[in-house]
Design a protein around this ligand. Structure first.
Ligand SMILES: Cc1ncc(COP(=O)(O)O)c(C=O)c1O
Length: 354
């Protein structure tokens, strides 16, 4: 087929999970929200089944997982925000993050069929979700006194762990370590797992590293011995022989600096290839590094073939994956690999293999 296809590697996912296990002795919450960062949640869960907990963001995702995993702890990373949804958490025995007073009030009114485990989120500096430090002890007391709560763990989220030079991570650690709490705790996302062993606590929460991309600005997955799980590829469907001065694609943003061949590949923003990727964004053609030129269209991109003289119609084009890190493509396109993975659209077949 000459359209975009995503190949997903079970062995790469398992390798990356083992990379987590080699970095820490903490228990693992595998973050498989957003359809496992665009990879396919049910298939990813199967490979990651040794993780003690699966974490998702939406109730619907948790319910879908529960159908396949009747006994697995499943954590809702933002909890839920109405009484009915809390009752649903009780029915499906979901763990849930509690990050604000409104949620405690809802829990106090909910009629739960079974008590649930909650992870109380403290705002240690990210200022997005979480109890302010001054309200944390009271929130712990409130939750511990509710009959619908069977246990309370403490967690926080790092805002700048992707930047190892940032003082924020150390500051957040100090704040968190100062909270008087006897129970189990969780702080570390992928970046902290790889760079801050002191943040491991009892539970770690890896996301992007499981999928093989680097959590660090300016690095790519292989730098940290991570393997790409998703390889997105397509084929050349046409080759144009153009003359010096010819303009390529919408708005003619790329003008050929010399007589040259331009390959047309069957992938575009309707597949999730980033429309804002500029000329120069790396692509691979038959295993050779080449560059995107001109505007990304809905179903096509255009590629400078000067470095790939033997390319033909049907040549394989890798947009990102095992030979070209998504981190490099994301960097060129001014985004992050998380965004590329989540952006792959439903029309792209996802094929899992070993
Ligand atoms: C609360 C929480 N923990 C862990 C993660 C995983 O982060 P990462 O993918 O950077 O490892 C996320 C992802 O957004 C998150 O929201």
């Amino acid at each position: 087929m000459s359209y975009a296809i995503a190949h997903l590697s079970r062995s790469a996912l398992l390798h990356n999970f083992q990379r987590v296990k080699a970095s820490t002795s903490a228990k693992v919450v595998a973050v498989i929200k957003a359809n496992a960062y665009g990879h396919g949640v049910l298939e990813a869960a199967e490979v990651l089944q040794e993780a003690e907990v699966f974490a998702v963001a939406r109730l619907q995702e948790a319910i879908e997982l529960r159908a396949q995993w009747p006994d697995k702890p499943i954590l809702l990373l933002e909890g839920v925000s109405d009484i009915e949804a809390w009752q649903c958490c009780g029915e499906h025995h979901f763990d849930a993050v509690v990050h604000c007073q409104d949620q405690i009030l809802q829990l106090a009114q909910a009629v739960m069929v079974a008590p649930i485990a909650v992870w109380l989120k403290v705002d240690t500096g990210m200022h997005r979700l979480g109890f302010p430090l001054g309200q944390t002890e009271h929130a712990i007391e409130q939750l511990s006194s509710l009959p619908c709560i069977k246990s309370v763990k403490l967690m926080t989220h790092f805002c700048c762990a992707d930047d190892v030079a940032s003082p924020m991570t150390g500051q957040q650690l100090l704040v968190f370590n100062g909270i008087p709490f006897e129970g189990e705790c969780s702080m570390a996302n992928s970046a902290a797992i790889l760079s801050r062993p002191d943040a491991s606590k009892q539970w770690v929460r890896p996301g992007i590293m499981l999928y093989g991309s680097s959590p660090f600005t300016g690095k790519s997955g292989p730098d940290d011995d991570l393997q790409a799980v998703m390889t997105l590829h397509t084929k050349l469907i046409s080759i144009q022989s153009l003359a010096k001065g010819d303009a390529v694609g919408y708005s003619g943003t790329y003008v050929c600096p010399e007589d040259m061949k331009i390959g047309v590949a069957a992938v575009g923003y309707a597949d999730g290839y980033p429309r804002h990727a500029p000329s120069g964004t790396p692509v691979m053609v038959d295993g050779n590094l080449a560059a995107l030129v001109g505007r990304v269209s809905m179903d096509m991109i255009t590629i400078d073939l000067r470095q790939v003289p033997n390319a033909v119609v049907g040549s394989v084009v890798e947009l990102w994956g095992s030979n070209l890190s998504a981190d490099l493509v994301a960097d060129a396109a001014g985004t992050i690999a998380y965004d590329l993975f989540c952006g792959v659209t439903p029309r792209v077949p996802k094929i899992w293999g070993d």
